[in-house]
Design a protein around this ligand. Structure first.
Ligand code: URA
Length: 260
């Protein structure tokens, strides 16, 4: 753990202590984050709750935020997928608030995301931003992450082993973030999250389940770009209306703009 992160964690814990929180372990009680290990000795991440047991049991956002930072720090040193670890600029963990109404789940970082360390900041991200605005929401209100936390070289599809290696991080991340709804973007996200080979065309239109969280599958924004299948924008908007209705939110008329 970097000195900077250690200092920030210390301040967060001190803040909690002065606010009267008694049951969060002191920083020196936390087990050390394992240093980067060779692939051969990389142990599967059992569960974050096992890594930081005192904090995981706590429901309040602050300890979960802290645990999420520890997880992100661990992910940043991950070497489970040698090719990805040796070609990435940095890992792209995810962004957004705890306890969001909605989490968008994509496939993997692209070149822009790899450079900036943030998910969905390239061309597909700009389209996703427009979809979010059309839904009457703000990007800062939703959580955004991917099946993979590293960019696959030349934006190739994630390999099954890579998705498997990253799955424990995803599950732990979603356990900590606790979104009320999940919207998967594209086939890779839907199939990996739900453990199915059914195509998005068939998955969309009905709510699925991930650990008790309703999941709606839709097309990936990259597939809506002018060079691909922009005619699918109307299908995505139909999906978003379904999602908004299930979330109990109004369906903005201005949302129609996303179809243009
Ligand atoms: N495509 C994705 O699936 N995720 C990103 O973060 C960017 C593009």
């Amino acid at each position: 753990m970097s000195d900077d992160l250690r200092r920030q964690l210390w301040h967060q814990l001190e803040g909690l202590r002065s606010a009267g929180v008694q049951f969060v372990g002191k920083i020196h009680d936390l087990p050390p984050i394992p240093a980067v290990r060779a692939q051969a000795s990389e142990q599967p991440l059992k569960a974050v709750s096992q890594a930081v047991p005192q904090i995981a049991a706590v429901q309040q956002p602050e300890p979960r935020r802290l645990e999420l930072r520890l997880l992100a720090d661990r992910v940043s040193k991950c070497s489970r997928c040698p090719e990805l670890a040796s070609t990435r600029t940095q890992t792209v963990f995810g962004v957004g608030p705890l306890d969001p109404e909605l989490c968008f789940l994509g496939e993997a970082p692209g070149a822009d995301e790899d450079r900036q360390g943030q998910p969905f900041v390239g061309a597909a991200g700009q389209l996703l931003d427009r979809i979010i605005v059309a839904m009457g929401m703000k990007r800062e209100e939703v959580y955004i992450c991917n099946i993979l936390r590293c960019r696959p070289p030349a934006n190739r599809q994630p390999k099954p082993d890579e998705s498997k290696n990253c799955r424990e991080y995803l599950d732990a991340q979603l356990d900590l973030v606790r979104p009320r709804f999940i919207c998967t973007l594209g086939a890779t996200a839907a199939q990996n999250l739900l453990g199915t080979t059914i195509g998005v065309g068939k998955l969309r239109g009905t709510f699925r389940d991930y650990r008790g969280i309703p999941v709606l599958c839709t097309y990936h924004p990259a597939s809506l770009l002018p060079s691909r299948s922009p005619e699918k924008k109307k299908d995505v908007w139909e999906d978003m209306k379904l999602l908004l209705a299930k979330m109990g939110k109004p369906i903005p008329v201005v949302g129609k703009k996303a179809e243009g």
